[in-house]
Structure formats: structure tokens, C-alpha cells
Design a protein around this ligand. Structure first.
Ligand code: ATP
Length: 365
């Protein structure tokens, strides 16, 4: 049984107009977000952009300064209300897990179940440990566990009271790469299985793409864009969002007759007035290269290979293209598989328009 009855149709967690400052310096500015049951939303952004502050305000670890926090339709902070963390029905997992070293795994998981009888606590702890695949380690102590196991204990402890909402702050960052992939996968499974609404903080775009139903990209306290991972990747709202999802080549240009020139031919820029100074952001995988050409590039541009490296599943090429007054433009292209033309090779290059973005320069950072 949940500690509070849900208001019909209300999101599991709702943040409305959250603002927060430390010593007069704004850390979070007017952030609104609603998360449904079973939905995972990631707060993604660089260090210091306000992600943890939002989580702490939602949890009640930081006193609300502006806006409103509601859980299952009930206000828990704002409108003169300020419920303490233990009354909000949220589960918390932080980067350092913070397990109690003197308690066994089972006792750690049972810790948050004080309202139950001893027998019920034990049964519930074992049930949750089974769910995260750790039933066999119930009597072990935290220091005898691997990082991945400790992370799962922390997850089990937070899930044990059946919170509507889980707040996870960089929960996988202490794990090495291979273990991290596995624990992410398992965690996602458990969150979806239990129908928990989750707000997960990360600075890793790949983690956000993997975990999230929706991603909120943050910069300097503001939410820049909120949407499904594929939408953010394929239709970023601005240069910051485009560049946050991986390396981009950045060219400059000026719009004329609804287009802007690049070394690979003109790119349509229908949303910009003629004369607008723009940044053209080109993902490395948007540069399509074809076999060396003898003469005449046709609609494609000519590029010279400066260096080529195989990076496993793809090859990364450093290219020089003939550019305007500034001389040769240097770009990176990423090509699937093994493609290692010799230095100095001339190739034909075209652009995949789907992965090329044009933004007014005023809007860039
Ligand atoms: P990180 O990824 O590094 O954890 P973040 O995006 O979670 O960063 P916050 O921790 O929310 O960002 O911090 C946002 C801003 O508020 C930063 O400029 C930070 O220095 C500042 N800040 C955070 N906590 C405090 C505090 N207790 N006192 C003063 N300033 C703080």
C-alpha cells in the first residue's frame, strides 16, 4: 500500500516552476517537469547546471524556495506546505550508495520499513533482494560486496518501501564501464517492472539515451529541451543540445536566399532570414565519403585526408576541406567499419542533411 492515495490522472511526480538560489546565486531557474508512473526521465547536463539541486528539492533535502512539488497529485512542497523527506514516498539512491557498514545486506534493505512488524520487514527485504538478484547475499556485509552489488543493495533499499517515485543521482558513476552497462540494464528492468516513476541525474548522454523515456537537457540552471532521446538527437532545439550529444563540426556562415554555403554545397536554412549569421553543426557521421575522384566533384565537395584511425566499430577521419577566407577547414568524419584511406587522398564528400543543424549564432554558446 502506498502511503498516499493517488489523485486520479495526476503524474507521479510534478515539479512546477522550481527556482533555487544559493547565497543569491541562481542554481535552478523556472524548471517544470511531470513524470508518469513507470516513466524514467533523465536530467542531463554538465557539472554545476543544477541537476542535483532539482533532485534535492524534489526529495525535500533542500527547502523549496520557488514553485511547487507534487507527488501523485498531492502538494508536498509549496503553497505553504513542506513535507519532510520521509513523508514524501520517494526512494533515493546517490552516487556513494551510503550503505550502513554495520548492517547486513538484508538489514540495510529492511532499514526503511520501520512501520512493519519484524517478520514482515524480513520477508519484504528478501523479496526485494530477489528482485535485484541478490537473495544469496542477504546475510553478507557491504564491505564484502563488489561495487555493482553495493549499487543493487542501495537500489533494493530505496525500492523496499514501494515508493511511487525514485530519485537517482549519478547512481552508476562509481562502477567500471562493463559493470555499469549491466547494472544500468538491470536497474531499468526493475524500475519498469515495479512501475516506479524515476528522475535520474546524469552528465553522460549515452546513459541518458539508454535509460530515459524522456531527457531534460539542462544548462546553467535552465531546462534547454525536454523530449524523447531520439527527438533530442535528431531535432535539437539549439546548438548546446546538439553539441551535448556528441562531437560536432562547427562551421560559420551567413544565410542568403534561404541557404548557407558549406564546403559540401549549400544547406537549406528556411527558418532564418537572409543575412543571419549562423552556426552549421555537422555530426561526424553526417559526412558521407566516396571513393577518390579523378576530376570534377559534381554536387559534392572535395576533401583531403589528413589522418584516419580505426576506433573499433567505426573509423574516424580527420579531413581538410577548402574553405573561404580562413583557408582550409578541418573536420572530423566518422564512417562505419574499417575505412583508412592514405594521408593526402582526395575524396568526394556530401552531407546527410538529417544530421546537419543550422542555428542563429546569437542562440549559441
Ligand atoms: P554536478 O553534476 O557537478 O553534481 P549539478 O548539475 O548537479 O552538478 P548542482 O550540484 O545542483 O549541479 O549545483 C548547481 C549550482 O549550485 C553550482 O554552481 C553549485 O556550485 C551550486 N551549489 C550547489 N550546492 C550548493 C551549496 N550547498 N551551497 C552553495 N552553492 C551550491
Amino acid at each position: 500500500m502506498h502511503p498516499q492515495a493517488a489523485a486520479a490522472g495526476a503524474p507521479a511526480l510534478s515539479l512546477e516552476g522550481i527556482g533555487h538560489a544559493y547565497d543569491g546565486v541562481a542554481a535552478v531557474i523556472d524548471v517544470s517537469l511531470a513524470i508518469g508512473a513507470g516513466e524514467v526521465v533523465c536530467l542531463l547536463g554538465p557539472s554545476g547546471c543544477g541537476k542535483t539541486t532539482i533532485l534535492r528539492v524534489a526529495a525535500g533535502l533542500e527547502r523549496l524556495q520557488r514553485g511547487r512539488v507534487a507527488i501523485a497529485g498531492r502538494t508536498v512542497a509549496g503553497d505553504g506546505i513542506d513535507r519532510p523527506p520521509e513523508e514524501r514516498g520517494v526512494g533515493l539512491v546517490f552516487q556513494d550508495y551510503a550503505l550502513f557498514p554495520h548492517l547486513s545486506v538484508r538489514e540495510n534493505v529492511a532499514f526503511g520499513l520501520r512501520a512493519m512488524s519484524a517478520a514482515d520487514r524480513r520477508a519484504r527485504a528478501v523479496e526485494v533482494l530477489q528482485r535485484v538478484g541478490l537473495a544469496g547475499l542477504a546475510e553478507a556485509y557491504p564491505h564484502t560486496l563488489s561495487g555493482g552489488q553495493q549499487q543493487r543493495v542501495a537500489l533494493a533499499r530505496a525500492l523496499a518501501p514501494q515508493p511511487r517515485v525514485m530519485l537517482l543521482d549519478e547512481p552508476f558513476s562509481g562502477l567500471d564501464t562493463r559493470l555499469r552497462d549491466q547494472v544500468r540494464d538491470e536497474t531499468l528492468h526493475v524500475l519498469k517492472d515495479t512501475g516506479t516513476a524515476t528522475l535520474l541525474v546524469t552528465h553522460d548522454p549515452e546513459e541518458a539515451m539508454f535509460m530515459a523515456d524522456r531527457i531534460a537537457v539542462m544548462q546553467a540552471g535552465r531546462m534547454e529541451q525536454l523530449g524523447a532521446p531520439a527527438d533530442l538527437y535528431c531535432a535539437p532545439a539549439n546548438a548546446f543540445v546538439a553539441a551535448f550529444f556528441g562531437e560536432v563540426n562547427r562551421l560559420h556562415g551567413v544565410v542568403g536566399e534561404g541557404r548557407v554555403a558549406t564546403p559540401f554545397g549549400a544547406v537549406e536554412a528556411p527558418r532564418h532570414l537572409d543575412g543571419t549569421a549562423v552556426d552549421i553543426l555537422i555530426r561526424p557521421e553526417a559526412i558521407r565519403l566516396s571513393a577518390p575522384i579523378e576530376s570534377g566533384a559534381g554536387p559534392a565537395g572535395r576533401v583531403r585526408v589528413v589522418a584516419a584511425r580505426m576506433l573499433g566499430r567505426s573509423s574516424l577521419l580527420h579531413l581538410a576541406a577548402e574553405g573561404g577566407a580562413a583557408g582550409a577547414l578541418h573536420l572530423h568524419a566518422r564512417v562505419p567499419g574499417r575505412f583508412l584511406p592514405a594521408e593526402g587522398t582526395i575524396l568526394a564528400a556530401t552531407l546527410d542533411r538529417e544530421q546537419t543543424f543550422v542555428f542563429a549564432r546569437e542562440a549559441t554558446v
